[in-house]
Write a protein that binds this ligand. Structure first.
Ligand code: KE4
Length: 431
């Protein structure tokens, strides 16, 4: 341990790194991409985080999406407390799980049946297993820059040629596993068409982030999502919308409602747990009925549909289904992105900014658009890191990686947006 520390976060980070890999329980939290010591967060409320040294930050990470109604929302906290007093886990069916499942099915018409799980990773792993079982096909197609959790089949990147067999993107993923995953450029419908031409009847499913939030925030080009729908239907492959991030974030009806696409399966997470471990996968009844114990496809989980997470999820749905919730949130996000864009332009900083609903992203580039991972990676990462730290020093907590998205909550009021835009003006001077 060092003799002197600048902050309590530094002390804690030093201790943490002795006994937790990288000092964190999820890699992106370690600030490796941007450098520096991650603030250890002691508490949060509304749009604000407070770190171990008492420093306050306006939060645009929102726990990577869940906190759409702000931190420690009274209705969510009260619902969790009430549930906890009645027991924290039973490993048995409960009424609340039925109610939550009914609410999800009611809000997302493509979902006729749904299974609750504990993480987005579990949801996508399960959806892929179901797709392979239902189609009796092995190949999965994903898009470079899209992240769907850390399941082996999804930690795969493009081989030498885009449509050639995948190669593992992490040690520990076997070549045998990776070869059943093909990776194509996001927004490249011609590449998808070419793949189906080359491998007709072999693709079990295409899994896609309908609005990408893991290469920065990248929007689907006109016709991309509808093209995927059409190509999958023609070939008999399933279309899986990974809405773990976009579900109940870009719109109450998710990206599928916003873009008018009906996927065969959908994965959800983040917002529906209100900050507790809750995710889900669901879709066509004829598919979901193949899941154990009704059907032969196995998936299970000790804490699936956990009473606390279910209570939090139901409270969240009560909050976000309030009239005008998403309209206000989308308008606030536009004000933020437009305001930041204006100050960057005033300082001659070339950039591209996107938002969809209450998720947003910023790329430092003189390109007119960013439509896929290669274009995102070609943007100025050093300038992003200067931007990140210049904002953090002013108490604005952005995602510590240029390949992440930002999130606005219903607690980000006009004063907070103005403060953020003013901070962006100061940061712009240092880019
Ligand atoms: P989890 O297993 O982390 O609950 O969900 C995986 C996942 C699945 N699908 C999408 C579209 C996702 O964005 C995620 C997880 N998102 C990351 C943030 N980019 C979580 C943050 C982290 O890994 O710590």
């Amino acid at each position: 341990m060092k003799e002197s520390y600048g902050s309590r976060s530094e002390v804690l980070f030093d201790r943490a790194q002795q006994i937790i890999p990288g000092g964190v329980n999820s890699p992106v939290r370690a600030f490796k991409a941007v450098g520096g010591i991650p603030p250890f967060i002691a508490e949060a409320s509304g749009a604000w985080l407070v770190d171990a040294d008492g420093r306050r930050y306006i939060d645009y990470v929102a726990s990577w999406g869940p906190m759409i109604a702000g931190h420690a929302h009274p209705q969510v906290v009260a619902a969790i407390a009430r549930a906890a007093e009645r027991g924290t886990s039973f490993g048995a069916p409960t009424e609340a799980e039925v109610v939550l499942a009914e609410r999800i099915v009611e809000l997302l018409p493509s979902i006729e049946m749904v299974r609750l799980v504990n993480s987005g990773t579990e949801a996508t792993m399960s959806a892929l297993r179901l797709a392979r079982a239902a189609t009796r096909r092995a190949l999965i197609v994903k898009f470079r820059g899209c992240y769907h959790g850390h399941g082996d089949s999804l930690l795969v990147e493009a081989g030498s040629g885009a449509a050639t067999l995948g190669v593992p993107s992490s040690p520990g993923v076997t070549a045998a596993t990776a070869q059943d995953t093909l990776t194509l450029p996001y927004n490249d419908l011609a590449a998808v068409q070419q793949l189906f031409d080359q491998r007709p009847g072999q693709v079990a499913a295409i899994i896609v982030e309908p609005v990408a939030g893991n290469m920065g925030c990248v929007l689907p080009q006109p016709g991309f999502l509808s093209g995927l729908r059409q190509l999958c239907s023609q070939d008999g492959a399933l279309l899986i919308f990974d809405e773990v991030m976009t579900g109940f974030r870009v719109a109450l009806t998710g990206a599928q409602g916003l873009y008018g696409i009906t996927p065969d399966l959908t994965t959800l997470g983040k917002v529906i747990g209100g900050g507790l471990p809750m995710a889900a996968y669901g879709g066509r009844r004829d598919l979901m009925q193949q899941m154990a114990p009704v059907g032969p496809v196995y998936q299970a989980g000790t804490l699936s549909g956990n009473p606390l997470a279910t209570a939090a999820g139901l409270a969240m749905l009560d909050i976000i289904t309030a009239t005008g919730f998403f309209d206000r949130l989308t308008a606030t996000t536009r004000q933020l992105v437009d305001g930041i864009g204006a100050v960057l332009r005033q300082h001659g900083i070339a950039h591209v900014a996107y938002s969809e609903g209450s998720m947003f992203g910023l790329f430092f580039t003189d390109r007119a658009a960013v439509t896929n991972m290669d274009e995102a990676a070609a943007c100025d990462g050093e300038r992003f890191n200067r931007w990140f730290h210049a904002m953090l020093e002013q108490g604005i907590y952005l995602a510590p990686s240029r390949f992440e998205a930002g999130f606005v909550s219903s607690c980000h009021d006009a004063a907070i947006i103005e403060t953020t835009i003013a901070a962006a003006g100061q940061a712009a001077k240092r880019l």
